[in-house]
Design a protein around this ligand. Sequence first.
Ligand code: CDP
Ligand code: MG
Length: 742
Amino acid sequence: KKRGKGHYSGSTSSSYTSSSGTDEENAQGEEPNDYNLLLQNPIDFVKDAVMSGTLDLDKLAEELKNKKELQRKERENKQLNERLSMKQQRASLPIYRHREGLLEAIGKHQVIIVVGETGSGKTTQIPQYLYEAGYNRKTGNEGSDREFMLVGCTQPRRVAAMSVAKRVSDEMDVKLGHEVGYCIRFEDRTNKDTKIKYMTDGMLLREFLREPDLASYSVLMIDEAHERTLQTDVLFGLVKDVARFRSDFKLIISSATLDAQKFSEYFDDAPIYEVPGRRYPVEILYTKQPEGDYVDAAVVTALQIHVTQQLGDILIFLTGQSEIETAASILEDRSRNLGGKIKELIICPIYASLPSNEQAKVFKPTPKNARKIVIATNIAETSLTINGIVYVIDAGFIKQNCYSPKTGVESLVVTPVCKASARQRAGRAGRLCPGKCFRLYTKWSYKHEIEESSIPEIQRTNLGSVVLLLKSLGIDDLINFDYMDPPPSETLIASVQQLYALGALNNLGELTTLGRKMAEFPLDPMLSKSLINSEKYGVSQEVMVIASMLSVNNNIFFYPKKGQNVTVANNAISAFYVTEGDHLTLLNVYNQWKDSNYSTQWCYENFVQPRALNRAKDIMEQLQNLCERVEVALKSNPTDKIQIAKALTSGYFYHTARLQRNGEYKTLKNPIDVDIHPTSSTFKEKPKCVIYYELVMTTKNYMRTVAQIQPEWLVEVAPHYYTQKEIEFGESSKKKLPKIKN
Ligand code: CDP
Ligand code: MG
């Protein structure tokens, strides 16, 4: 099936047609009245009517009116049925029988822990129960200037926040963004009428800056607590405190699998409420040999299931967007080649930057005689429930943050899943009926090589943003903050030192004016610093565009996987390349798009993702408002590449690498081997000294988004951090950092 623009189809999705012939049935069942005759053959009808003198306009108008009325009634009926079935669906969820019990527990206790199988209805139902029970009503003059109190629910992931909000607004039959809304970074879809608000944990964390007592909220549900994201872990400490001094505030900590006891103890022995779920047995199958290429293995397994196993949808777990896209496109190719020999396959990738209508496709019921294959990251482990899954293919890996306070190197690493995750993944196959889980690793490896549970993110990531945020909230004693599991003190110290080197903290460990401004931006401290500092270099307009482009968590370019388009695309994309680096390349893309009057056609012609650019434009408008707020003047000097690179270096001097004699790169301080990613515009040129935006560890340590710099700039922009000597000889003699309070 052809869809949309030629070279854009294929890789992301396949459409499907429903096999029921409703149109024909309707046509046959119609009464042959004048209206229908007119529709069927207007010219003959008019001719006949005029010739025979029977043209009765009044009658025709009447019929038309009836017809319209009939259609309206049909539509209403359909909606009513949908709503009825929504109601039935809600009532059939395992949590439904616990509605009263839950409300009673929440009424009695300030904090409760809720544990229930994925799909039991926690995320979609509990906020609705609270709404129905009147938790949005104001009882006194509490809650800022809002007319209603908010029931809030946090999610670790953007996709979950959006899709759940959509689902709940459908269930309540209201428009998304009104009574039910969501808030994710750079996108706030709530308004003054909002009563149920879904949001990412990171967004709630930022709300503390405006409203440290969360005065707008009557109840807060911290969902998917077991994920233990950095933001969720910090939230725990903050909301626990809110609960202590706001007796009217209710807190729900919920999750699918949870070391409930540990959570209960942390929250001063809060009661645990368990929602029993239904679950069928799942047969677990392992590969005999370790798989070299798990993406390919996943595709092969999926097709084998499709050919040999009974109908039932398949869920594949991979680690990220590019793997998901690759798998989807191979699957489409192979199933197209098999053509009529196999039953219809509906391939649904799902990841954060997929447009919401494509995301919604995942939840649509699979047509009869077809099979759906959902390809997801660990988002489908617990935060999204997709009905109809009978087979799970678990590649056995996730992409994880990894940080070494010693080298200061932070990277995304593909690592094996833990046993707890593997069990959750398998469990997805047994919601409907007995299922099967195909693990693409050996039984031996499951038994001996895989960890029982994963390390909370707070213990394996850079804490720069969090430290900056806590400092802005006036929390100075970072060591003794009420962590559920404390971060390593070396990491805390390294983060404080980084903020000091960036100029966000002074040598007493206090927030500086610059630090206060940096905290206003929902960006990594290094990026906020570059942006704020760019004013000094007279290029804030340019750096703002670059920051927006960097914040689009999506590929800007479109790389076709194969076919003649590959060369065309590569040529089109490299035409944007600026040898000085990828940051300037991004700026170049944005500016050309702007010159095309933000044309979508232009995007298609140049192999640029229109969605990504539109999002960048959106983000830029918000950054512009923030710049205004913290009084960063927008200055422009589009041709001065040096000033732009210097401004970027003033934030990214921590991410520096230098070319070695052997043609490879080493990071400047605490050297480790790194390489420029092949998609970088600097890949061929190999500049002597570079800054990079991020490090991704796959087969090598790849620097992604790289810019050429002059080593001398480092001493100029970060005299606290670099000595002249280090720059000259490229050795890693460390300049002693002053001792900084915590
Ligand atoms: O949070 P929990 O895993 O307990 O369940 P939930 O997310 O509230 O899901 C309850 C039901 O709502 C599931 O059976 C899903 O099929 C359905 N749902 C949906 O159809 N679309 C969504 N975006 C989210 C949930
Ligand atoms: Mg949930």
